[in-house]
Design a protein around this ligand. Sequence first.
Ligand code: NAD
Length: 445
Amino acid sequence: MNVCIVGTGYVGLVTAACLSEMGNHVRCVDANPKVVETLRAGRIHIFEPGLEDLVRRNTAEGRLTFTDSLAEGLSFDGDGAEFAFVCVGTPEGADGTCDLCYVDAVAAEIGRTVSRPLIVVNKSTVPVGTADRVRAILDRELSARGMDVDVDVVSNPEFLKEGDAVKDFMKPDRVIVGTENPRSAEMLKALYAPFARSREKLIIMGVKSAEMTKYAANCMLATKISFINEVANICERVGADVSEVRLGIGSDHRIGYDFIYPGVGYGGSCFPKDVKAFLGTARQAGYEAGLIDAVDQVNARQKLVLAHKVLRHFEPLGGVAGKTLALWGLAFKANTDDIREAPALAIIRELTARGMRVRAFDPVARERAQAELAADPLVELVAEQYQALDGADALAVVTDWNQFRNPDFAGMARKLAHKVVFDGRNLYQPELLARFGLKHYGIGR
Ligand code: NAD
């Protein structure tokens, strides 16, 4: 099949690479010429395990191409694209609701360009009603051109996780297709057949239900995180250990062990904005979503829990001003270079505002973090994990990269002037650190 992908970020590029791997012809369109240039040069502009090989192979075999022109993206040597996947960003708007400006722009451009039957697939995370909105924009543009082209709009939200994106796309838990049009449903079934080989993995439903499913899924996951963080904060105050409590509750199959790790709060490009957008959708519909609101508030507080532990520890020692914190992990989670809404950024800002210096290391997110933190003279980003400890008073571990799990504790103890570790992911056992003379602060224990 011929597929046009509009927007080649984390979602678009993974979708494009995986669809081309199955033999489809895929043209990627991105409005950012630098992104197109990088991809054409055989490199990828994001860090995602396994993706570069896939892109390189399919590009070399001629199934995957890149352009900044939508007209080019929709034409395949005389044929047209059968699908146009909309994979552009849907950031948080000024009022917290979802900003659809990029989706609107793509819809208008497709309406101005398309001349053959096309299925427009909304893969971006968009509020309920967006398929209708895209449909209206397409109709407006087509009628302005006096064209009558068969263009359908379907919802196909994406559930991949950064860091595991290729695997998630290749072996999805489910593929959701929202459409009331039987032909579009059949076409998408055929496109997704290699990825959803057992029937029940492909779930066809109404467009609005599909749009809602994505928000409900992300809000459920965010709720689990805020819930366990709330439990952790109570544990700390009553002398319980959340690691033990986690095992105790996770063993109930109705609860399960997944996604109940206490930590520094969720970040990234999805949960924070999707939780807020869902709240906005509810409000616009005249409903106050109290639970979702609390999930958001608990998370905002949790992002600063580790910084507050640092402040409290150093308070009787003359405060943090002039002291140096080594920080491991800038990305919002392991195995990604994405620093959008990363708790590390909130922690760094909270501490440097009080005069603390931060020497930070991340295995892959350094370049992106540099752009974000360049203006702060108290922040230094270093290229090597143990270099961050040079001249540092304490260490904060913020992202659970594997290489932080079993570090050289003796070396850490030698380098840290104050011999204290703030463990935002509960990676270490306090008793083990104590053997090296290191004081441990965890979350909820
Ligand atoms: P991204 O910011 O990484 O990529 C978006 C790309 O779209 C950019 O390269 C940008 O240049 C391009 N773009 C913007 N306007 C364009 C236009 N008019 N024409 C062509 N290209 C254009 O975004 P992302 O992280 O891939 O997310 C995309 C969508 O998928 C969002 O709605 C997001 O919520 C959703 N989503 C993301 C993830 C994730 O883990 N990142 C997972 C599931 C769903």
